[in-house]
Design a protein around this ligand. Structure first.
Ligand code: MSP
Length: 644
């Protein structure tokens, strides 16, 4: 039976590079809520996506020598792959380059213009491109962006403005009357005192100095400011102002927008004011979580810790990573990520506390009762205390999850696990097993252990998508005693399915050995040289799919308007090929003519700056600033010879 709707969103991500483990924080948290609400019986809408326009993306694409669209297509595919690897259960994935989104943003802009909430004027002030934020002279700190500390650019251009100032009083009233609107409370005070009370100025909402954005329909040299474009995703994804707006009617307003602390400002000032102007209800809550940082500062590749989520998941499993993200730091606060802390958590909480509990219980049921427990459910001391701790846990977990307190919710579950482990020490089943008369008591003890594990395995489902099923299979937990509601009732475990002893659910990790291995992947010496770790193994069949050939450069010229690209004509013996390569910073065209290089001859053609490239030539990349040297063949051998 459905308990109503629940709409949760993550921010939409900038496809401006590879995502690190910190990026996955918001998405894993939102996924946990979505899973939890579905288990409770809510009709859930969970939205995530990508924020693909703006000056920042345009610049990165230019540096890479590709069109912005080609650039975002490539990166967005990687983001989607990461979410699927992390078993993120989003119901929709919106891209701000989706035609439907573009059209609705244009309609929103027009509507606000027609009703006088947007007007034309001129912007003169400072712009931080990495943050895509406008700042006044007085807001700058030492002449730099107050948010990220980077250089800002003086900008003067004709712009459209949104009457943000008009909504100041309504906004303050809304925040006062709805104390839960911004969570945690500290962020609410920061917004009111630092931003709203000093006075809201009208906001510049269009740009003319670059092109990569949604065109304003009635004035095409303007593109919509990227935050107006991006924030709208929360309603465009639901079909607002489109032919089919049934999802919008069903799910809006959002129950919670989950965002990192640095973007609370956009979500609690600009976004509500836009919604007020559109005469739409406001989201019920904006939750600004803290940041995961590395010791000594922000998260970035070069700090010695492995922060690539794909490598971490491959090494330790998805559930361990998700558990760590949500357990280590109270949601809302900043926290430090380190590989050592991750391994310690895996060993103590997952391998020792939970993993051992399951393995020992399964082993004892197997050994003493041949895998199947008799129906013995009597309880006495110390059973009562165990039962009261474990049965008290589900409602505490619900209460905490409803406040997005993931870490404390997990710690409540782990209290139940510890209580259960203590129960083994108290009851000492191996002593009971020595005496045939005590068999009924032994059955009772093991039953209580099995039942505690059943309840715990249900409660960890929102956090860990893989472990519960493993536990159910090991423990023989029947299908109709796995539901969320059944965690609230003691006595559902039935001994009808035999246990099936198997591998430990979380193998223990040798801390020192593991840290040394991680060091190899990210050794500081190598990091300085930017030498990457070895990729996962491939079979010889995978390698054989690549057709590598010796090719001679017979012509070469610079690609117009690109700093990076050269266009080469290559002779591969049987035919000639045109290849576009990002090596212009390292070679002059005339240096290359006559060189024998190695090319991948069967790579699908691609267009770079509109020019077709029919293959790729190989180069060694080195150093922090990614210099490169072409791989060449210096013997005089027939062109087109295969490299195998
Ligand atoms: N595109 C904007 C959001 C537009 S929403 C209408 C954006 N994108 S982002 O890719 O920079 O960040 C996406 C999310 O990742 C944000 O919630 C951000 O706080 C989060 N994180 C990025 N690095 C992080 C950590 N190191 N730790 C925790 N979360 C962090 O902002």
């Amino acid at each position: 039976m459905k308990r109503g709707k629940y709409y949760i969103t993550t921010p939409i991500y900038y496809p401006s590079g590879k995502l690190h483990i910190g990026h996955s924080y918001t998405t894993v948290a939102a996924d946990t809520m979505a899973r939890y609400k579905r288990l409770q019986g809510y009709d859930v809408m969970f939205l995530t996506g990508t924020d693909e326009h703006g000056q920042k993306i345009q610049r990165v694409a230019e540096q890479e020598g590709v069109s912005p669209q080609e650039y975002v297509d490539r990166i967005v595919a990687g983001i989607k792959d990461l979410w699927s690897l992390m078993k993120i259960t989003n119901d929709k994935f919106i891209r701000t380059t989706d035609q439907s989104h573009v059209e609705t943003v244009q309609k929103i802009f027009r509507k606000l213009y027609d009703q006088g909430d947007i007007y034309k004027s001129e912007y003169e002030g400072w712009y931080c491109t990495p943050c895509e934020s406008f700042w006044t002279e007085t807001q700058l700190v030492d002449g730099k962006c107050p948010d990220c500390g980077r250089e800002v650019e003086l900008t003067k251009e004709e712009s459209y403005f949104f009457r943000l100032s008009k909504y100041q009083d309504r906004l303050i009233r809304h925040l006062e009357e709805n104390p839960d609107f911004i969570q945690p409370v500290s962020r609410k005070n920061e917004m009111i005192n630092n931003f709203i009370k000093p006075g809201l100025e009208d906001l510049c909402v269009s740009r003319t100095s670059f092109k990569w954005g949604i065109p304003v329909t009635f004035d095409e040299k303007h593109v919509v400011y990227v935050w107006i474009d991006a924030l709208s995703n929360y309603i465009t994804a639901l079909g607002y102002l489109s032919e089919d707006d049934s999802d919008f009617k069903r799910y809006w307003p959002a129950d919670v927008h989950l965002v990192g602390k640095e973007i609370v400002r956009f979500h609690t000032i600009i976004w509500p004011a836009m919604l007020m102007a559109l005469d739409l209800p406001l989201p019920k809550q904006v939750y600004g979580h803290g940041w995961l940082v590395l010791e000594g500062g922000k998260m970035s590749k070069s700090k010695g810790n492995v922060i690539d989520p794909v490598i971490l998941i491959e090494k330790y499993g998805l559930d361990a990573i998700r558990y760590f993200l949500l357990r280590e730091v109270p949601f809302g606060s900043d926290g430090v990520f380190s590989n050592e802390a991750l391994i310690q958590r895996i060993n103590s909480d997952l391998a020792n506390d939970l993993g051992n509990l399951v393995s020992r219980t399964v082993a004892m049921i197997q050994k003493y009762f041949n895998g199947t427990l008799p129906e013995e459910k009597l309880a006495g001391d110390p059973d009562d205390d165990l039962i009261s701790v474990v049965t008290g846990t589900p409602s505490k977990v619900e209460e905490l999850l409803d406040q997005l307190q993931f870490s404390t919710a997990l710690s409540e579950i782990w209290k139940a696990i510890s209580r259960t482990n203590k129960y083994i020490d108290e009851t000492m089943p191996w002593i009971l097993a020595r005496d045939e008369d005590k068999k009924p008591r032994l059955a009772q003890v093991l039953y209580n252990l099995a039942e505690s594990i059943r309840i715990v395995s249900i409660l960890i489902q929102p956090f860990m998508p893989e472990t519960p099923l493993k536990i159910w299979e090991l423990m023989g937990v029947c299908e109709n005693c796995r539901s969320w509601e059944s965690a609230f009732k003691w006595g559902k475990y039935s001994g009808t399915n035999p246990v099936r002893p198997g591998n430990p659910i979380f193998p223990r990790i040798d801390v020192e050995k593991e840290l040394a291995e991680l060091e190899k992947i990210n050794a500081p010496a190598n990091a300085a040289q930017n030498i990457p770790g070895i990729l996962p193994q491939v079979g010889i069949d995978d390698f054989a799919k690549l057709d590598l050939r010796v090719a001679r450069v017979i012509e070469c010229e610079k690609v117009e308007k690109s700093e990076k690209l050269l266009k080469l004509k290559l002779d591969i013996g049987i035919e000639t090929r045109q290849v576009v390569s990002g090596i212009a910073k390292f070679y002059k065209p005339e240096e290359l003519v006559g060189k024998n290089v190695i090319m991948i001859a069967n790579l699908k053609p691609a267009k770079l700056m509109g020019i077709e490239s029919q293959g790729m030539i190989l180069a060694a990349v080195y150093g922090k600033d990614e210099k490169l040297v072409l791989a060449t063949v210096d013997a005089d051998i027939p062109l087109g010879s295969r490299i195998s």
